[in-house]
Structures are given as C-alpha cells and as structure tokens.
Design a protein. Structure first.
Lengths: 456, 179
C-alpha cells in the first residue's frame, strides 16, 4: 500500500517536473554553438605534474645498476662505431615531405605534386617492415601496410598525400580548410567512422587531417599503435608533423620560414583576452564608471545598426595623459559605431599594467540585466587597485595597435568587427565589482555589485 | 587506404556528426576538437539549460551558469577518465555551478516569476521547488529532471546511494506538502 503511494507520488512529481521542463525554452542551437565556441576558446590548464614514485631499489643496487648501464652503453658505442658505415646525410627533401625527426624513418617520393600526380610521404617512428621498404613508395599507394599490421602500442605512422590545388574547386575548399604550418595533430578527426579499421583484432588509432597549405591540398593519415593514443604519443607525432615541408611557387616552406614571414599574422588572433591591474586616481572616494548600451537599429534600414551595442569603463578622475579606461562596440553592419564617431571597435588605455590574475566573466554576486538602448551608467566605489579583464571575440583575426592621444595618453586599439565583448572588474581579492557584455545581436548587459549606484 | 577520389571524399566527409556516439565525441573533445565539443553541447545543452533554469532564479543566471559549466567542462575534459560517464560528470559540474550562484545569493528574494508562463500551476510548482531545502532540491532535480540514476546522483553529490534514496523520497513528500 505504502509502496503504491510512493509510486503515485513519484509519478506525480515527475509529471510536474516534466511540465515545468517543457515550459522552459532552451537557447537556440545557434546560441548553444556560440556558447560552446566561447568555452572551447578558453585555454586548458596544464596538467599538474604527478608525484614521482619512490624508487623501488635500495641505493646499493641502484649504484650497481647505473654502473652496469654505463659499461653497456660504452661497449655499445664502441661496437657501433666499428660496424657503422660512414657517410653524409642527404641535404633534405626536395619539394614536399617530411624532414625526419630523430628516431623517425621517412619514405617519400621526393618530388613536388603536379596536377596529374600526387606526392607521397610516409614517416614512422618504428622501423619499416622489409616488405614496405622493398616495395618503395612509388610502387604503392603510400600505405605501409605490413608496418601498420605490426605497429607496436607506442608506434606512430604518418602518411601524407599532397595534390596541387586547382583554381575552381569550391567543393574542395570546404573539405580542405586553409591552414598554416605547423599543422596540429589535435585538429585531426577520428577516421574510423569514415573508413575501415586497418587492424580489427588489435585496433589502431586512426585519425585524418585535411588542409590546404599554400597551393597544396594535403591529406594526413595518422596511425597510432594504441586505439586511444596517449598525450605523449600525440606529442611524438606532433614533433614529426612540425617538420612537414610544403613546396610553393616561391620555394619550400618550413615552419621556421613560415614563422618569420608571417610573424605579424601569427600575432593576429580572433580573441583578445587581457587582464590588467589599474590604479584608481585618489581624491576622496575612489570611483570607476561602468556603462553599457544596447544596440539601436536604423529606422529606415532595420538591417543596419544606428548605434552598436557598446560597453566601457573609465576612471573619471584620470588625466588625459593617463588613460585608465576601455570600451568596445560589437556588431555589423552599422551606420555609426558610436556617437563619438570613432572607428575603433576596441580601445584599452595603456595606463593599466598586465596582471596574471583570474577574473571571472560571470554575473554571480552581481545584480543587473539588459542595458537600455539609451545607455546605463553606474558609479562604483572601488579600492585603490582593481583587476579588469577585457575580452573581445573579433570577426576576423586582428592584432592590437598602439595609439597616442594629442595630450600624450597611450592606448591599444583595433578596428575589426567584434562579435562578443565583455569587461569584468573585480577587487584584487576577487570580489566582483561589475560585468558588462555586448553581443553582435545588439544585446548589451550590465551587472554591478553593491558598491555601485546609478550615475546621476 | 587513403583515397583522393573527390566524390569519395565528399561522400565520406559529410557524414552527420550526430551519428557518432557520445563517447567518441567526448574522446575527440578530450583531444582538443572544438567541433566535437560543440556537437556535445548542442545535444546535451538544452537539458542542462532546463535544469539550470528551474534551479536558478532568472534566465540570465541560467545562461551564465550554463556558460560557466561549459567552460569548466572544456577545461576539465582531459581529466575525465571514462568517456561514457560524460553526462553525469557534466551534470555534476552544472549542479556545483548552480550551487555557487545560489550560495552567493542566499539573501535573495523569491525567484523571478516567468511572466510569459501562462500556466499558473507551473509557477506554483517552481516556487515550491525554490522553497525546498537545498539538498532536497538538488536530489529532486538531478534525479527527475536530468534523469540520473540514484548511483549517479550519489556520485555527483558525493553521498551514498542510501542517502540519495531517502532524500529523494523526503523531497517528493515535502514538495507534495508545499503544493
């Protein structure tokens, strides 16, 4: 009887909760994807080093072991010098391929790809099976099949196929996204879903990466001896991938060349995320102004913004030569970026110094909500120093430039369109003071702590 | 066998990601695939958001908590040992984020009432859930809203299964009394 009552009660609660759940409309798929992208743009913390295990042998046995190793290595080196043939290394691959990392074997066509013929390169950190060595790369599809069948758990094989990019291949552009060297193993996708398992009885980890580098299409197949490769094994593969060479019309390109020639581009990023510590000008109570304004559509052309969503903060008492402020506007297309007419989308005064601090972009312990289209502004009473985190997600990679006002104040700025912007301010002890966010959809939000009040 | 046949490439590469099982997506996300993580969020995000929206006072809080949950999940994924335990693990993060926000607002008034909700009964239920003690509310929502098993709820909350069972029963009774 009691059990029946419990079951009825349970069903009733479940019914209520499911109705309640149905009444909540979740964010759209677009919003969820944006949130996922925001999350995945955050750096992952480095893993904490594991504590070293205690050495299992007693000191005297350790000493004997070390001695034996030294003798063995000495004998090995001497014997190796006697039997090894002398010679010089090849000057490096011609065209496209791999420069072998120490301990790796490379087999490659050694010529550049042409529209009629692909170039192949195979790199492996285990000895090639004699059958694969004997067959050579020209007489195979590039797959060292026998080596793969016997690949040990710590073994890695990378197969690279290069073709020349043709001018009109729109379908191919989708499949081969533009990349710059070095390519990253971590961008590879598990290819089992798309092909077959090479060694079903002891499955290999099979991954695939497609990229366009310069005028080449590249397909990279990674085969790991373990189905789920360890971070160490991935790092091993990455070291070899770092030595990938792709020829171009202007000659072979290595990572080092690429780094030099595109150092400015390498600095460009879609995300600018800086945390700074700002000293607030003294004079009675120390104050900071924070503001946010939602976007306003143009009445004659609603597809455009008359005023973009905007957020900012500033120290009201700071001198013109010492800029303690930041402001950002998100969205496009626009008629006017801000009432002042500046073409900057991002501005951060240089008076604040870079800080190594964690400031959360969260409204926890703050109150507020959507900002009005005419703008909301709050004065916050703050301590002598505050942390300010400024984060902007740009539409395209951009780099900050340094500017100077007529009165000598320096600032960093950018003019690329912004998708999302956020400014979070906290005390150095971590108590949140304010959070302002703006989104290209036009929404701006402002949250403030209990030391803030409306400007008036 | 690597194949550069354009038609074959096109066919194989456009397989919908949804066909991949969750564990595989988790493993890819652990390796750093933002696309796989995005797919996981699209699949699991709505349920997680509904849980947070019921648990927290306002829509803004639920969105913030979801964003914080996703950031924590992305950063913590490499430490997740069993890919198949992803969902309870993610629920655990969300539960803790929601608890952090609730704790920070211990003196807050009643939750915001959703003005767009037409069903008055649902508003009453929502208020009743908000009035439950925290440990009852947690068990109730994790168990019945997110569909976790008793063992999974115990793992998320760091308690024993017996505790979850008793709290679950008492929470249901308390909710019935409040209604």
């Amino acid at each position: 009887m009691r059990r029946e009552q419990q079951e009825t009660q349970k069903r009733h609660v479940e019914d209520l909760l499911s109705r309640l759940e149905a009444a909540v409309s979740p964010p759209s798929e677009h919003d969820l994807r944006a949130m996922a992208r925001t999350a995945s743009s955050q750096p992952r913390p480095l893993r904490r080093a594991t504590r070293a295990r205690r050495w299992p042998l007693q000191p005297r046995w350790t000493g004997l072991l070390v001695l034996a190793l030294v003798v063995a290595i000495g004998l090995g080196v001497g014997l190796g010098a006697l039997i090894a043939p002398s010679g010089t290394a090849a000057p490096g691959p011609i065209g496209t391929g791999f420069l072998p990392d120490p301990g790796w074997t490379v087999l490659q066509t050694g010529s550049d790809a042409t529209p009629e013929r692909q170039a192949l390169a195979v790199a492996t950190n285990v000895p090639l099976h004699p059958e694969d060595s004997a067959r050579g790369i020209r007489n195979s599809s590039g797959l060292p099949y026998s080596t793969l069948l016997q690949l040990p758990p710590r073994g890695v094989v990378i197969v690279a196929l290069f073709t020349l990019r043709l001018k009109y291949e729109p379908w191919s552009d989708e499949l081969f996204p533009e990349h710059e060297l070095p390519l990253r193993v971590r961008d590879a996708m598990n290819s089992i879903s798309y092909s077959y398992q090479m060694r079903p009885e002891r499955p290999l980890g099979q991954y695939e990466l497609r990229a366009t580098v310069g005028d080449h299409r590249i397909v990279l197949h990674f085969y790991f001896g373990a189905r789920h490769p360890s971070p160490q094994l991935i790092a091993t593969a990455q070291r070899q991938l770092d030595r990938l060479i792709v020829a171009s019309a202007s000659g072979p390109t290595t990572n080092a060349d690429r780094r030099q020639s595109t150092s400015a581009a390498a600095r460009a990023s879609k995300i600018v995320d800086r945390t700074v510590v700002c000293s607030i000008t003294p004079g009675g109570v120390r104050e900071l102004d924070v503001e946010a304004r939602s976007g306003t559509r143009d009445f004659s052309d609603p597809s455009k913004w008359r005023f973009l969503p905007h957020i900012g903060f500033r120290d009201p008492r700071t001198s013109a030569a010492r800029l303690t402020s930041a402001s950002m506007s998100a969205g496009r297309p626009y008629i006017q970026r801000d009432p002042g007419g500046s073409s900057n989308t991002f501005l951060l005064g240089a008076a604040c110094r870079t800080a190594n601090a964690g400031v959360s972009l969260s409204s926890a312990r703050l109150s507020g909500g959507a900002a009005s289209p005419v703008g909301d502004e709050y004065d916050c009473v703050v301590p002598a120093k505050v942390f300010v985190r400024v984060r902007a997600v740009f539409r395209a990679p951009t780099s900050l430039r340094r500017g100077r006002t007529p009165s000598g104040g320096t600032y960093y700025y950018a003019r690329e369109d912004i998708r999302e912007a956020a400014i979070a301010i906290s005390t150095v002890l971590g108590k949140p003071i304010a959070l302002a966010t703006a989104h290209e959809s036009g929404r701006a939000r402002l949250f403030v702590g209990d030391t803030c009040g409306p400007s008036g | 066998m690597p194949n550069l046949n354009p038609s074959a490439e096109r066919r194989t590469s456009t397989l919908p990601s949804a066909e991949l099982d969750e564990a595989e997506l988790v493993r890819r996300a652990q390796l750093g695939s933002a696309a796989a993580f995005e797919q996981l969020v699209v699949t699991r995000g709505p349920s997680l958001y509904r849980y947070l929206a019921v648990r927290l006072p306002g829509e803004g809080d639920a969105r913030d908590a979801l964003q914080e949950t996703l950031i924590a999940a992305w950063q913590g994924l490499p430490n997740l040992k069993t890919a198949s335990r992803f969902w309870p693990w993610l629920c655990g993060i969300a539960a803790h984020k929601a608890a952090d926000i609730t704790r920070g607002r211990s003196h807050a008034a009643l939750p915001e009432v959703d003005a767009s909700a037409s069903d008055y009964d649902l508003l009453v239920v929502r208020d009743a859930i908000a009035a439950l003690p925290e440990h009852f509310r947690q068990v109730l929502l994790l168990r019945h809203l997110l569909g976790l098993s008793e063992a999974e709820v115990a793992e998320v909350l760091g308690t024993r299964i017996g505790t979850v069972k008793s709290r679950s029963a008492r929470a249901r009774k308390a909710l019935k009394d409040l209604l």
